[in-house]
Design a protein around this ligand. Structure first.
Ligand code: ATP
Ligand code: MG
Length: 370
């Protein structure tokens, strides 16, 4: 089974750089999500691996085969890359039944009719669409059509499956259902999945590794929880997590070792870092995930600005001098507006960023200066 290697891959459309010097290793059986805002180069990256777009520079290897190399002129056609596609607009053949739609690709591959029948039945069962085999696409709901499209794509057992926002036209409930089915399918099929989405929740839930891009440049490539807990820079920290991380600008000064002092939210504080930081004194941004803010007691104080209950959890915004901080509490609370609220900042997952470079310098804890 193949691993996919992108080696300094760049794609330019005239002077515009859509993908900028991307190097990436996708291990066999990974579930990679290409994540990032609209226009960051996700689809272009996927299309280059698949062979539908020619890179301007670089080299792409699938398994032992170099499928593209700008320096030696190698460019293997998509059909010979042993891959499957599932695009956002999954066009099923309207004049064919569900069964025939799934069988169609296998007939093209000249499978025997008994092998085709066996495989189509397996797919119908795996995607729980057996009862629809004789129906036409127009007689199915969007979600059912989606499953037929997935069955059709998986039927020839592609070693690598590419999906470009395949769930984007489903309703919220179906999306969630299909997400867990896709994750299950990944385990059941032993294939490598490369999945494009701009939905960070979807990327977190599905991926073994997230490849987060911005303006054609790779920002971080790591497992979801690593991206969440140790974002490489301010862009990543801001993009991943809902509600978003709190960012508070401070002037950091070294006290000793990795301990820095600054004032924040009206208090003089010490940040005890876990990593060595070079600068003694610098403009920094402190990053605090909303779940690290504990409401009700603590040395910080502010007033409730809004409370947004969503059932299982509640987002509370607290105005603290000129700053606004967002906290998330489990369960349902309904604080009245302008209520005085004390809070604390807990845990060792507080982040310190360089304001100038945006880089995350260290995780650490925050304490009151005594
Ligand atoms: N054929 C093309 N000619 C010129 N520019 C292109 C072409 N295809 C894509 N681009 C540009 O390259 C950039 C990356 O496009 P791409 O489709 O990869 O973005 P994306 O990350 O998939 O965005 P979205 O989430 O909106 O689908 C965009 O700015 C786009 O306008
Ligand atoms: Mg796209």
């Amino acid at each position: 089974m193949p691993k996919i290697v992108l080696d300094h891959v760049t794609k330019r459309f005239d002077k515009f750089v859509a993908v900028d010097d991307l190097s990436l290793v996708i291990e066999d059986r990974d579930f990679i999500t290409l994540l990032g805002p609209s226009g960051c180069g996700k689809t272009t990256t996927l299309r280059m691996i698949a062979g539908l777009e020619t890179p301007t520079e670089g080299r792409i290897t699938i398994g032992d085969t170099v499928v593209f190399d700008s320096s030696s002129g190698v460019d293997i056609s998509p059909a010979k890359r042993n891959i499957g596609f599932l695009f956002q607009n999954y066009a099923l053949w309207p004049h064919m039944t569900v069964y025939d739609n799934i069988a169609f690709g296998l007939e093209n591959l000249k499978w025997s009719s008994s092998d085709i029948d066996k495989r189509v039945r397996e797919m119908l069962q795996m995607l729980k669409i057996e009862q629809f085999e004789k129906r036409y696409p127009s007689e199915l709901s969007g979600g059912q059509q989606q499953r037929v499209a997935i069955a059709r794509t998986l039927a020839p057992s592609p070693k690598v499956l590419f999906m470009d926002e395949p769930l984007s036209n489903l309703d919220a409930k179906l999306r969630l259902e299909m997400r867990s089915e896709l994750k299950r399918l990944h385990v059941d099929t032993d294939s490598t999945f490369v999945y494009v989405t701009h939905d960070q929740m979807e990327a977190m839930a599905l991926a073994t590794k997230i490849c987060l891009m911005e303006k054609g440049k790779l920002q971080q490539y790591a497992p979801p929880l690593e991206v969440y807990d140790y974002p490489a820079n301010l862009f990543v920290a801001d993009f991943v997590g809902n509600p978003t991380m709190n960012f508070l600008p401070v002037d950091a000064k070294r006290v000793s070792g990795n301990t820095y002092s600054f004032s924040m939210l009206g208090k003089d504080l010490l940040f005890k870092g876990n990593c060595a930081i070079e600068e003694d004194s610098f403009k920094a941004v402190v990053g605090i995930r909303p779940e690290f803010i504990k409401l009700g007691e603590g040395q910080f104080s502010g007033v409730v600005y809004t409370t947004l209950p969503s059932g299982m959890e509640t987002t509370v915004k607290i105005k603290c001098g000129d700053d606004m901080v967002t906290a998330v509490v489990f369960g349902s609370v309904d604080y009245s507006h302008s209520l005085d609220m004390n809070f604390s900042v807990s845990g060792n997952g507080i982040l310190l960023f360089s304001k100038e470079s945006g880089k995350m310098l260290s995780t650490g804890t925050i304490e009151m200066m005594s």
